[in-house]
Design a protein around this ligand. Structure first.
Ligand code: ZN
Length: 360
């Protein structure tokens, strides 16, 4: 493989440096014979989509070829690391493809019958949760995805799927197996039990209150708010005339989401960028989410971090340091000055190979 040489301001510190890339790794000392592919500009580790579904399309589960196409769209937008938050198909063959983003899989969503989108998750009775968590922990790459709440048609509103006791046991089982656990949560009521049980991350989190926010901050529980997906709540509410309390609740969560996420950021909850691409959200929209996080109160640099180096560190990948995975993006201008810059990487390097280069 040809060695690459890049010179630019390396974020987050912004120092002007030379980097070399060989055998898929970043080197900070000169590699003789390297080809210079960047001389000036700004370098960041590749984007992370911390909540993405490779294998789900607008109509539900898709085949492996379609899933590969989704991953390509994400890659072309600069997403080089995906935390897949539940997929109905086994995407392990895509992990063999060097031209696709790295995918950290969570196995399948764990839900109850009639308490989630049909055909996406495994549907079980609550007593079976710990066993199923063990199964999905073994099938995934260190993450397990629970559906924490969903509409309960008998109550006509959002309601938790699991009791506090079974959650505590299930999360213990996952942690004993070396896996972290996250949960889809829209409303307020499922959050105390999940957080108390030691869950590692909350997805969406639109129902966070000052109390649950403070508890997440204290414990270091992460939040992936998927702000661009919350934009779909009014549409969900409009389609739920049979459940007026639910519809009102969803609209209320939607109207407050910016404030909810701003409080979480302010309180010190670790917040990461995730698009929820798959069903209702197109793949390749990571920059929209980074910009949405900035609007919700993060500084431009914090918002980039939430979709790049901070998220990578959270998932076990380092920044552009000696020996790091050579997954990086280069920009002609400083993206901290204008986040729109992030839409046009001059260079995308994945596993040490140039996968996209824009000639200026
Ligand atoms: Zn999702």
């Amino acid at each position: 493989m040809t060695a690459l040489h890049l010179r630019g301001a390396v974020l987050p510190d912004g120092g002007e440096r030379d980097l070399w890339v060989v055998n898929g790794r970043v080197r900070t000392t000169e590699v003789p014979g390297a080809t210079t592919v960047l001389d000036g500009g700004y370098l960041i580790p590749g984007f992370v989509d911390a909540h993405c579904h490779v294998g789900i399309g607008p109509g539900g589960p898709v085949d492996l070829d379609t899933a590969a196409g989704q991953a390509e769209i994400d890659r072309d937008a600069g997403t080089l690391l995906i935390r897949d938050c539940g997929s109905p198909i086994d995407t392990t063959p895509l992990q063999e493809r060097l031209d696709l983003p790295r995918i950290i899989r969570a196995g399948r969503h764990i839900a109850r019958p009639r308490r989630y989108i049909r055909h996406l998750g495994v549907e079980i009775e609550p007593d079976d949760l710990p066993d199923q968590v063990a199964r999905q922990a073994a099938a995934g790459d260190g993450w397990v995805k629970l559906v924490g709440d969903w509409i309960d048609r008998e109550k006509g509103d959002l309601a938790p799927l699991w009791s506090d006791d079974v959650l505590a046991e299930a999360i213990r089982v996952a942690h004993d197996a070396g896996a972290r656990v996250t949960a889809h949560v829209f409303g307020e009521d499922a959050l105390p039990g999940l957080i108390e049980a030691g869950i590692d991350c909350i997805e969406h989190g639109t129902g966070l209150t000052p109390e649950t926010t403070a508890e997440m901050a204290r414990r270091g529980t992460a939040l992936v708010p998927t702000l661009i997906n919350i934009e779909n709540f009014p549409g969900i509410a409009a389609g739920a005339e049979r459940f007026p309390s639910y519809a009102r609740h969803m609209l209320d969560l939607y109207e407050n989401v910016t404030r909810t996420v701003a409080h979480a950021i302010e309180a010190g909850v670790p917040v990461y960028a995730g698009t929820d691409a798959g069903g209702g959200i197109a793949h390749g929209r990571i920059v929209d989410e980074v910009i949405a996080l900035h609007r919700a109160g993060m500084s431009a640099e914090q918002a980039i971090a939430a979709g790049s180096w901070s998220a990578r560190a959270w998932l076990g990948y380092s920044g552009l340091t000696e020996g790091a995975a050579a997954d990086l993006l280069a920009f002609a201008d400083d993206p901290r000055e204008d986040l729109e810059t992030l839409r046009n990487p001059a260079l995308v390097v994945l596993r040490g190979r140039v996968v996209r280069q824009t000639v200026r």
